[in-house]
Design a protein. Structure first.
Length: 117
């Protein structure tokens, strides 16, 4: 009996504006950058924060998400905190940045800088 593998769902969903922002970042990236990387370092009042930086090499346990404008890597140690999340890029008159709808977050600090799971 043959085994049929079903496609694995994406660990992280990206909106169209997030795709466009990654393309913009990669168009201006340093020459040695292979993509951008999302991680959740320990920081802020609640414990974890979202961080997006250029990356020059892929780590063995990073999740790779290919987008039309470049590659997004998700830190292997952060992926469990982010599964099922949606990453968006939002700009208004006063701020611009990536915004996350994270079903794993149990709380956030008052300023929105960090979250807890």
């Amino acid at each position: 009996m043959a085994t049929t593998l079903r496609a694995r769902p994406a660990a992280l969903n990206l909106t169209g504006t997030a795709h466009a922002r990654i393309a913009d970042l990669m168009a201006r990236a340093p020459g040695d950058a292979i993509g951008v990387k999302l991680s959740t370092p320990k920081r802020g009042c609640s414990g974890l924060a979202y961080s997006v930086d250029y990356v020059t090499e892929a780590k063995p346990f990073d999740e790779r998400i290919d987008t039309p404008g470049g590659t997004l890597f998700v830190d292997g140690g952060s992926i469990l905190y982010l599964i099922g999340s949606t990453m968006d890029w939002v700009e208004d008159d006063f701020t611009a940045g990536f915004v996350f709808q994270n079903p794993n977050a149990k709380g956030a600090c008052g300023c929105g800088e960090s979250f807890t799971v």
